[in-house]
Ligand binder design. Structure first.
Ligand SMILES: Nc1ncnc2c1ncn2[C@@H]1O[C@H](COP(=O)(O)OP(=O)(O)OP(=O)(O)O)[C@@H](O)[C@H]1O
Length: 365
């Protein structure tokens, strides 16, 4: 397995005319890895992708590919000279060319083009449809053709801009797994843009969470969920609640749920007010516990049930319990916190941050 640095964005700023959409962006991708740019609409994901592709000039910093500078202010290597492939949301196939001709388009001069095209079409399971035209294919099939076409010239890096967003539910999930398998089997490095967290996690080795033009964290899916660097990342990735707490030691915080101890130390002094992130899987059922919570609502998920709980102070939490035992709204249950990764932030107050998946409770116990 290769671990060479392939793509390196250093202190990058890019945007349109005088407007800086993306600022001081630093990230790197190793050869063979799949990275993802994830974030809400308008945060600058596509702008970053277009700068990597060479469609937009950079305003500050630089982009290096395999050690070579391909963009810096006043210098932009042309897109077709970058050995970067693109897969677009709307497939962008040539309507007047057959499936096979579409795939062969970027390797027209290659004497081996027929063999390469046939191999790629087999790989994306479209060998039998080589003679069809794009308007005779489903959306999923068109996106497979578009992937095969982008892979044909053996790009150093593949960029995928919301490639599955025109497809629905099950097909979207299936194709995203398929694309990961294909890229991994070929050792192709890629950057995917999406606003769908499930898709980002299914496809990528590393994910960057963007917020208004800033990259808040570039990390593995596991770390984004369990060790979110900022309240925004905690909110954007997964579900949960912030509850108020007070530091009682470097790795220990007093909350309404008792003393919680985590696996890392914080530099704040004892007495500092903090927000404690609690995910639904951090709260477990413990019938013998003195700590009781009232069931406010529930969502049956199949193997498990997601419960919305209220603590005596009014703070709310969510928890996932196995669905074999059923609890009813209004019932009190014993709970325990089983959070190995204690994630704390300086107390923000009730209204200071925009929360998406994670909600904040007021009032310290
Ligand atoms: N050609 C353009 N000229 C001027 N501003 C633009 C242009 N394209 C995008 N923008 C602006 O740049 C900002 C970032 O847009 P961008 O397309 O990078 O966001 P995104 O994160 O990819 O969003 P989405 O998920 O909705 O595609 C937005 O405010 C957008 O209005």
């Amino acid at each position: 397995m290769k671990h060479d640095l392939l793509l390196d964005l250093r202190d990058l700023a890019c945007g349109y005319q005088e407007q800086r959409v993306v600022k001081t962006l630093n990230l790197h991708l190793n050869a063979g890895d799949i990275g993802c740019l994830l974030g809400p609409s308008g945060c600058g994901k596509t702008t970053t992708l277009r700068a990597i592709a060479g469609f937009e000039p950079v305003q500050e910093g630089e982009i290096r590919l395999a050690g070579e500078v391909i963009s810096r202010p006043g210098f932009t290597v042309a897109p077709e000279k970058r050995r970067i492939g693109m897969v677009f949301q709307d497939y962008a196939l040539f309507p007047h060319l057959s499936v096979a001709q579409n795939v062969a388009f970027g390797i027209r001069q290659n004497p081996d083009r027929e063999r390469i095209t046939a191999e790629l079409l087999d790989m994306v399971n479209l060998g039998a449809l080589a003679k069809r035209y794009p308007n005779e294919l489903s959306g999923g099939q068109q996106q497979r053709v578009s992937l095969a076409r982008a892979l044909a010239p053996e790009p150093q890096l593949l960029l995928l801009d919301e490639p599955f967003s025109n497809l629905d539910g099950e097909l979207r999930r299936r194709l995203s797994h398929e694309v990961r398998d294909i890229l991994k089997a070929r050792g192709t490095s890629a950057i995917l843009v999406t606003h769908d967290q499930e898709e980002a996690f299914a496809v990528s080795d590393q994910v960057g969470v963007f917020n208004r033009g800033h990259l808040e964290q570039w990390d593995t899916p596991f770390n984004l969920y369990h060790e979110p660097a900022t309240p925004f990342v905690a909110s954007f990735i997964g579900q949960g609640y912030f509850i108020p707490g007070r530091m009682t030691g470097p790795d220990c915080v007093h909350t309404e749920l008792g003393e919680l101890r985590g696996n890392r130390a914080y530099a704040w002094e004892s007495g500092t007010q903090v927000d404690v992130l609690l995910r639904p899987d951090d709260i477990t059922l413990d019938p013998g516990s003195a700590l009781k919570a009232r069931i406010l609502g529930r969502t049956f998920l199949g193997a498990a049930t997601l419960y919305r709980l209220q603590l005596p102070t009014g703070c709310q939490l969510e928890s996932i319990f196995p669905s074999q035992t059923e609890f009813l709204p209004g019932q009190d249950v014993g709970i325990r916190v089983a959070a190995e990764h204690l994630v704390l932030y300086p107390a923000q107050g009730e209204t200071s941050s925009e929360q998406i998946g994670v909600r904040r409770c007021g009032g310290m116990a």
